[in-house]
Ligand binder design. Structure first.
Ligand code: AMP
Ligand code: ZN
Length: 492
């Protein structure tokens, strides 16, 4: 399996540090507002990367932080007369809610920066002890980029070039303009923690690095984020790890291309952004996923509502095909001998899976993976049209299962067990009670219940999670947790 490493600029064979296991970390959001769909593109890309690694049988440990102390959070809190903790808490909850709606799996570990201050201070002390950092009279602590001979290793930038070319904040206390703050002295009205260098708060680059070391150990297999994080954030993260623990932070660095509107990067500062929430209020999550996954994760992604409208039809083609296959399976003679058409579709099913993996093994080529899924859709539609009343139950079910399986790796949930016709109508009432569901489709109610159960479990809200499971059981269904997410099926 080949993965592009942005440090070496090459596709490399993925070789886990521990056989069969992958430890990965993706920088999480700064929680000061709703995230925009550019952020969501990056989180989605790594969701699918993680799902595919799990599909290939790796035991994946996935960590993602919440940056819950930062200038932007403090500014917003001051504007609104609230505490930074209140703003961060509200925005963290909103982020998690939107990720659930988008079908992004919860990380195994979700550290919050404000609860990891001790680990950060330990790392800073070690860096000072080893001569890679210094405290200044104001109470700040800086990392000394000059002390790190490999500084620039990730981004390929060299310090002299940087000094000549880029503007940096002027600060008399720094020994080098590119020295960055590991610890920032407290200013009045800001959240702060006591430290050997005086009250203050950690710098952003310090947070991720200390949390990775604490929860996953260093080096990890994969470190990810958007391409805009390569410099300085990831460069500074890896510099700290090298200097504190003599270890690279990650073996493979993966970076996503930027989502753009009208050729420009989507960002809060440019004001050209749509929040994930407003997009998911108007379009099904799976359509947004499908649109984003049609572009390779490293390439820039051009977003437009026209494209999103167009992709809805594509998603429906997939859903309709699975529904038709199940319908045909129910009505086909159970034990018919396989004929030529059945065997042809059987081969197309195997070929689709093989092609899907071939594409995804090549640096997670989701566009190629989707093409493999849709070539199977075409083969199924041909089969259903030509075989008419003479379909094979076994082959129809196998085709439907394969489509669900492969779409599931992309995080696209096709109701695996049955369409509306076959699911108990009681699901709708259950979803109204527990999942805030307002529609009347049993299949949609099933999805809403599974999402609500996942959310409840993530929040350790066992009462709600159990009530949902018990309600589902009472309807004669069971919840099965699979690598591709939870699904419902009938009790055997
Ligand atoms: P932030 O909260 O700004 O640190 O961003 C969270 C994540 O979203 C980071 O991994 C960023 O690299 C990523 N990101 C920000 N803007 C975009 C964009 N327009 N397209 C893709 N990813 C982005
Ligand atoms: Zn980070």
């Amino acid at each position: 399996m080949l993965v592009y490493n942005s440090q070496t600029h090459k596709k490399e064979e993925l070789e886990p540090i521990e056989p069969g296991k992958i430890r990965m970390y993706v920088c999480g959001p700064t929680v000061y507002d709703q995230i925009h769909i550019g952020n969501a593109r990056t989180f989605l890309a790594f969701d699918v990367i993680r799902r595919y690694l799990m599909y290939k049988g790796y035991q994946v440990t996935f960590a993602q932080n919440l940056t819950d102390v930062d200038d932007k959070i403090i500014n917003r809190a001051n504007e609104e007369g609230r505490t930074a903790a209140e703003v961060a808490e509200e925005c963290s909850a909103a982020f998690i809610e939107q990720m659930h709606r988008f079908g992004v799996l919860d990380p195994d570990i979700r550290p919050r920066a404000t609860r990891e201050i001790e680990a950060m201070q330990e790392m800073i002390s070690l860096l000072i002890e080893r001569g890679h950092a210094y405290a200044v009279p104001s109470g700040d602590v800086y990392f000394s980029v000059r002390s790190d001979h490999s500084y620039g290793i990730l981004s390929g930038r060299d310090l002299d070039q940087l000094r000549a070319g880029e503007r940096v904040e002027v600060n008399d206390e720094k020994r080098d303009p590119f020295d960055f703050a590991l610890w920032k002295a407290a200013k009045p009205g800001e959240p702060s923690w006591p430290s050997p260098w005086g009250d203050g708060r950690p710098g952003w680059h310090t947070e991720c690095c200390a949390m990775i070391h604490r929860y996953l150990g260093t080096p990890i297999d994969i470190h990810g984020g958007g391409a805009d994080l390569v410099f300085p954030h990831h460069e500074n993260e890896t510099a700290q790890a090298m200097c504190a623990w003599d270890a690279a932070l990650a073996n493979t660095w993966m970076h996503t291309g930027m989502l753009r509107v009208d050729g420009e990067k989507m960002s809060k500062s440019l004001g050209n952004f749509y929040t994930l929430k407003e997009v998911l209020d108007q379009y099904p999550a799976d359509a947004v996923r499908l649109l984003m996954l049609q572009t390779h994760y490293r390439a820039p992604l051009d977003f437009s509502f026209d494209r999103l409208d167009g992709v809805r039809g594509t998603l429906e083609r997939l859903q309709t095909c699975v529904r038709n296959l199940r319908w045909a399976a129910d009505r086909a003679p159970q034990d018919g001998e396989l004929n030529d058409a059945d065997r042809t579709l059987g081969r197309a099913i195997d070929a689709a899976r093989e092609e899907f993996c071939r594409q995804m093994d090549d640096d997670f080529n989701t566009a190629g993976g989707l093409a493999a899924i849709f070539s199977l859709v075409t083969a199924c539609n041909t089969y259903l049209a030509e075989a008419a009343d003479d379909t094979s139950t076994a082959v129809c079910l196998r085709a439907a299962d394969m489509l669900c399986e492969l779409a599931g790796v992309m995080g696209i949930t096709l109701s695996r067990s049955a369409g509306d016709d076959d699911l108990p109508a009681g699901l709708v009432d259950l979803a109204r009670e527990h999942a805030g569901y307002e529609g009347d489709s049993a299949a949609d109610a099933a999805e809403a219940l599974l999402a609500a159960r996942q959310a409840a479990r993530a929040e350790k809200n066992w009462g709600v999670a159990d009530a949902i499971r018990d309600g589902i059981t009472a309807l004669g269904l069971v919840v099965e947790d699979t690598a591709a997410g939870a699904r419902l099926h009938r009790k055997e």
